[in-house]
Design a protein around this ligand. Structure first.
Ligand code: FES
Length: 163
């Protein structure tokens, strides 16, 4: 969690507008920078961008919700994307998804653990069907993942976790 004063936040947004330009066409790189810093789009930062860019907040959210790369909810420090495309599904993706949900108290509606350690996302084909079932943990692809390997991957995430 990033702790900063309102003033620091306003200044940071000013810096973004200086860097990327003070117009509607700069919105995507600005949102990308916000997402990279906070791992989601906090409402107060969106409001500040709306004020400084002179764009209605609804237009900014319209753009933000159109692109899957942006999240309006806080995400975990680690992102586990389990592929549930056809090839992975028939080779046991469901078992992996259920195991993570069970171990971390997650569900279809609740994807992020309360301590923000992990966000579980189920995704369609990630182009690794030959290695099904496959998943991506913090950007790294793993194939032929069985429950044992999944638990190992999660253990590694825990070991490398910095709060
Ligand atoms: S269906 Fe999972 S990688 Fe293609």
């Amino acid at each position: 969690m990033i702790e900063e004063t309102m003033e620091e936040q306003v200044k940071w947004v000013e810096g973004l507008l200086t860097q990327f330009g003070n117009s509607r066409t700069s919105l995507i790189p600005i949102l990308q920078a916000v997402q990279a810093k906070y791992r989601y789009l906090p409402q107060n930062v969106m409001t500040e961008i709306s004020t400084q860019l002179g764009l209605p907040l609804s237009s900014i959210y319209g753009v933000a919700t159109f692109y899957a790369q942006f999240s309006t909810e806080p995400k975990g420090r680690h992102i586990l994307q389990i592929c549930d495309g056809t090839a992975c599904h028939v080779r046991g993706a469901k078992e992996l998804i259920e195991r993570i949900r069970k171990d971390f108290g997650l569900s279809e509606e609740k994807n992020t653990t309360d301590d923000k350690f992990l966000t579980l996302e189920t995704v369609a084909c990630i182009g690794a069907c030959a290695m099904a079932p496959a998943l991506i943990a913090d950007g790294h692809i793993y194939g032929q993942v069985k429950v044992d390997k999944l638990l190992e991957i999660v253990k590694e995430l825990k070991e490398g976790d910095v709060q």
